[in-house]
Design a protein around this ligand. Structure first.
Ligand SMILES: Cc1cc2nc3c(=O)[nH]c(=O)nc-3n(C[C@H](O)[C@H](O)[C@H](O)COP(=O)(O)OP(=O)(O)OC[C@H]3O[C@@H](n4cnc5c(N)ncnc54)[C@H](O)[C@@H]3O)c2cc1C
Length: 351
């Protein structure tokens, strides 16, 4: 009887789980520190929330980048880590982690993925963001058949909605941001939200109200009650409101009710989890309650944690400095700028 060979185990200093903005910056930082790393992501491409949820939305709060859209930021992060050529394994979900010991008796971690890959790492840096995130879906049954054609949960290209009558449902930042952006390309934009109050930044709410006042878009208070179709295409959205039921003509619905975030298999990793995220007992190292497992970015939870990209960058930088001691227990980490490390400077020199 023949047995299939055991899958090859990839040995690395650091395994980075998640190729969102924080995981990508972590790969760069690992390279600067002289650590080898491998990155895995359950999705089929890098970028995390930036690429999946708001690729064309501008970002203004990244140091030294006064403004760029989210996909541009991801492209720049990929360019930044490229000199170190970190291997990226897409379509791989981190499933289990086991404590192991190397020949010298040093503790290491073995991570397996749902795609059958195995990684033997001195440290694991979890940059899993919102985890295996999924959008909260429209609850009317007819939405299922229209998904991807007339019912959307993200905006990948504004131009897709050029000249269309678009109904944006939701009351958070992304619903208001997209409604405002779409009014410039769509034939008509209607924002639908169940109440007068919004979960968005004050200045965004003010911009939306000003746009409604100026007649550039509509706001309707109510709940999405049904979808009317003709020949498989959306024609109108049925809305239940306090003033009674009404129909709003629409070609497309973009429902931005927020994400349902599930930590997925990481919740079974024997980590101290709080509110579905990895609790960080010590914010000088970003190490979790389990030795060798670190967390950075949105998945990390500690007092006053801000879910911002720049916070994740900082967390990853500190986590990797600690991880260095696990990878090289007998070697001191000497802080070097590129100015006193010619080899690194040469590697990072832009063409
Ligand atoms: C609409 C919107 C606008 C925003 N605007 C801004 C802004 O202007 N400025 C700002 O700083 N922040 C902004 N944010 C927040 C910002 O996007 C997040 O803070 C950031 O994406 C977090 O990065 P991350 O790498 O930690 O996680 P994510 O971007 O969520 O990436 C995590 C990655 O991990 C992968 N993953 C998860 N679980 C596993 C697993 N078990 N195995 C393998 N892979 C896994 C996921 O597939 C994903 O690719 C915004 C967010 C939204 C929704």
């Amino acid at each position: 009887m023949s047995t299939s060979p055991a899958p090859e185990t990839v040995r690395t200093d650091v395994l980075i789980v998640g190729a969102g903005p924080v995981g990508l910056f972590a790969a760069f930082q690992a390279g600067v520190l002289g650590l080898t790393c491998e990155i895995i992501d359950v999705l089929d491409r890098a970028g995390g929330q930036c690429t999946e949820l708001y690729p064309e939305k501008p970002i203004y709060d990244i140091p030294a980048i006064p403004g760029c859209n989210a996909q541009e930021l991801v492209d720049r992060l990929l360019e930044q880590c490229a000199p170190f050529a970190p291997p990226m394994h897409f379509g791989q979900r981190a499933d289990s982690v086991t404590d192991i010991t190397n020949d010298d008796g040093h503790p290491r971690l073995l991570v397996t993925t749902d795609g059958g890959k195995r990684f033997d790492a001195a440290a694991v840096l979890v940059c899993a963001g919102a985890g295996a995130f999924a959008p909260q879906r429209v609850s009317v049954p007819e939405a299922v058949a229209l998904e991807g054609k007339h019912v959307h949960y993200a905006v990948r290209e504004l131009s897709r909605f050029a000249g269309k009558r678009v109904l944006v449902a939701g009351g958070g930042d992304s619903a208001l941001d997209w409604a405002l952006a779409l009014r410039k390309v769509a034939a008509r934009v209607t924002l639908l939200h169940r109440r007068e109050g919004f979960r968005a930044a004050d200045h965004t709410v003010a911009s939306m109200r000003a746009a409604v006042e100026a007649g550039e878009m509509d706001f309707v208070m109510g709940m999405l009650g049904g979808l009317a179709t003709a020949d498989g295409a959306l024609t109108a959205v049925q809305v239940k409101s306090r003033d009674g039921d009404k129909e709003i003509p629409a070609d497309d619905v973009i429902a931005l009710y927020g994400l349902v975030s599930e930590p997925g298999p990481i919740a079974q990793w024997d980590l101290d989890m709080r509110a579905g995220r990895i609790f960080i007992p010590d914010t000088t190292t970003y190490e979790s309650s389990r030795r060798g497992v670190f967390a950075a970015g949105d998945i990390a939870y500690y007092a006053n944690k801000q879910k911002l990209i720049l916070s994740g960058f900082h967390e990853a930088a500190l986590a990797l400095r600690r991880a260095y001691h696990y990878a090289y227990p007998n070697k001191a980490l000497v802080h070097m700028h590129t100015s006193n490390n010619p080899a690194l400077a040469q590697k990072l020199t832009h063409a």
